[in-house]
Write a protein that binds this ligand. Structure first.
Ligand code: ZN
Length: 392
């Protein structure tokens, strides 16, 4: 009998009626949960933190904000969109959470774009801005450089406030659909980058992905569980460029088009803030959002806090919110925003970066960075408002 078993029996004896307690101690093995005897599958492990630390509930942002990165609509065929979220539902959450404006980035172009502008920014003045996207299916057409620049002008007239570039560029877009991957810094896009610059439309550009997505899916991969659940998210092997090659190609674009403002989504390269700082220092037209990366920023809180202090004029608030329940770190709703506010506004320690029973991107927790009021105002509103030409 070990000490723990002995103490368990002792505790039982105290509560037992005397007649029973006088009997000799029973020798039956104490019950143990099966997990303590056999191994525990990783997916069943849901440890509860035993830290007694402050838990601040932040139901509303301290200042009105602009969510620079959401997907209310999605364009899955040329010129068409579907609504992933209904504007009325968005507005209800926005009012509760102190979100003044939501930017819908994926509204495509043509009729789909016009529909999104009508149902979002025109129907609810001052609450939504809508971005356009390039006509990727035409990228191998001989007249693409000119026609894409013309499409930007048309989209701007239709009410688009910015241009969104998904990570298809660099990872999926191939010559004539199936040929070589088209480079991010391919010259055919130069007229497009210039056109948006001239029209003062910022570019919301997602390039690359978490660094672990470019590494083997093995026991050393910090996103093993996420990649195991979504093996198609891996860009390891085949003819994929490395994360750094993609990042450097985007830098070439920013260098060539200094009058165009680029917002590098997902903090550009959130695992490597030293590299992002080097990029920000060398490209004055570069900005970043923090969408879907508080899991990275929040586990390096001291580094992040310095980063926010130094680049407080070039960071915008964003969440990458959409309706997809499979990515709880991005599912639009009250719980999502409360975590972002807690990260930015408090110094709470060791909390979940996503409203999910198991952290979906990796088994780590985050720490708040308690931004001062002046920095918070810039990140929540002023920087994005300036980029989009909105008045306060
Ligand atoms: Zn996104």
């Amino acid at each position: 009998m070990n000490r723990r078993q002995w103490m368990a029996l002792g505790a039982g004896a105290v509560a037992m009626p005397l007649s029973e307690a006088q009997q000799p101690p029973r020798q039956a093995a104490p019950k143990q949960p099966p997990a303590a005897q056999a191994g525990l599958p990783l997916e069943q492990f849901q440890p509860k933190s035993m830290l007694h630390v402050p838990e601040t509930h932040v139901p509303r942002a301290r200042f009105p904000l602009l969510d620079f990165h959401t997907h209310i609509t999605f364009s899955n065929s040329p010129g068409k969109i579907q609504y992933l979220m209904q504007p009325a539902n968005c507005l209800a959450v926005m009012d509760r959470k102190n979100i003044r404006v939501m930017a819908d980035l994926t509204a495509g172009y043509g009729d789909g774009l016009r529909d999104a502008v009508a149902k979002l920014s025109q129907a609810h003045p001052g609450r939504f801005v809508v971005f356009t996207e390039p006509a990727w299916t035409k990228a191998s057409d001989p007249d693409y450089p000119k026609s894409q620049a013309a499409l930007i002008e048309e989209s701007h007239k239709a009410g688009a406030k910015g241009l969104k570039v998904l990570k298809n560029l660099g990872l999926f877009l191939r010559e004539n659909g199936t040929g070589k991957l088209v480079r991010i810094d391919d010259r055919r896009f130069d007229p497009m980058w210039e056109a948006v610059g001239a029209l003062k439309m910022p570019v919301a550009i997602h390039i690359s992905d978490p660094e672990a997505f470019f590494l083997p899916i093995d026991r050393f991969n910090e996103r093993w569980e996420e990649l195991h659940a979504h093996p198609d998210w891996s860009f390891y092997g085949k003819d994929f460029p490395s994360d750094r090659e993609l990042q450097e190609a985007r830098r070439t674009v920013m260098r060539r088009h200094p009058r165009t403002q680029f917002v590098c989504l997902h903090t550009a390269n959130s695992e490597n803030l030293a590299y992002v700082s080097e990029c920000l220092d060398s490209h004055p037209n570069m900005h970043v959002d923090i969408a879907a990366r508080i899991g990275e920023l929040g586990r390096q809180p001291r580094m992040s806090r310095k980063f926010f202090d130094k680049y407080q004029d070039r960071i915008v608030f964003g969440t990458d919110a959409s309706s997809d329940p499979n990515t709880p770190q991005q599912t639009f709703g009250d719980a999502l925003y409360e975590i972002y506010y807690r990260f930015l506004e408090t110094e709470d320690e060791y909390f979940d970066y996503s409203p999910a029973p198991v952290p979906p991107q990796g088994r780590w927790r985050i720490y708040g960075i308690g931004l001062p009021e002046q920095v918070l105002r810039k990140v929540y509103w002023e920087n994005a408002a300036r980029l989009l030409g909105l008045s306060s």
